[in-house]
Design a protein around this ligand. Structure first.
Ligand SMILES: O=C(O)C/C(=C\C=C(/O)C(=O)O)C(=O)O
Length: 128
C-alpha cells in the first residue's frame, strides 16, 4: 500500500493542523490518479527530540516519506511528488514566510519480493 509517513518537530503543534495535513496529502495522492483509494495510508509522527540547523528554538521541520509499489513510470512518480509537495507547501505558506522552517519529501519503491500485504478495504471500495 502507498504509505506516507510524515515526521514533524514537536514545536509545530500549535502552527499546523496535522490531521488536516494528512487529509490534504491523502486527497492529493488520490487526485493524481496513481493511487487506489483503499490503499492510501497517511500518518504523522511527532518528534519530541530534535536538533535543527542552528538550533534556534523556532526552527521546525516536516519530512515526508512516501513508500509505493513498483509499476509507475519515473514521470508518474515525479508528477505525484510534485503535486504532493506543491499542495503541502501551499498549506504551509505561513511557515515559509519565516526563516525557520524546512520541508522535505522522498518517494521510495517497495520491494515486491520482500513485502506482504492483505487488505480488506479494497473489496468494499472497489465495488463503489
Ligand atoms: O504495492 C504496494 O505494496 C503498494 C501499493 C498498493 C498496495 C495495496 O493496494 C494494498 O496494500 O492494499 C501501491 O499502489 O503503491
Amino acid at each position: 500500500m502507498p504509505h506516507m509517513a510524515i515526521e514533524y518537530s514537536a514545536n509545530l503543534d500549535a502552527a499546523v493542523d496535522m490531521d488536516g495535513l494528512c487529509a490534504l496529502v491523502a486527497d492529493t495522492m488520490l487526485e493524481t490518479g496513481l493511487f487506489e483509494i483503499g490503499a492510501i495510508r497517511v500518518r504523522a509522527f511527532r518528534a519530541q527530540s530534535y536538533a535543527i540547523a542552528d538550533r534556534l528554538p523556532q526552527n521546525g521541520f516536516i519530512d515526508m516519506n512516501l513508500r509505493i509499489g513498483k509499476g509507475r513510470s519515473a514521470e508518474e512518480k515525479k508528477s505525484a511528488g510534485e503535486a504532493i509537495f506543491a499542495a503541502v507547501s501551499a498549506r504551509l505558506a505561513e511557515l515559509f514566510a519565516t526563516p525557520h522552517f524546512a520541508l522535505s519529501l522522498e518517494i521510495r519503491e517497495i520491494d515486491a519480493e520482500l513485502s506482504w500485504k492483505k487488505n480488506a478495504i479494497h473489496p468494499r471500495l472497489r465495488g463503489k
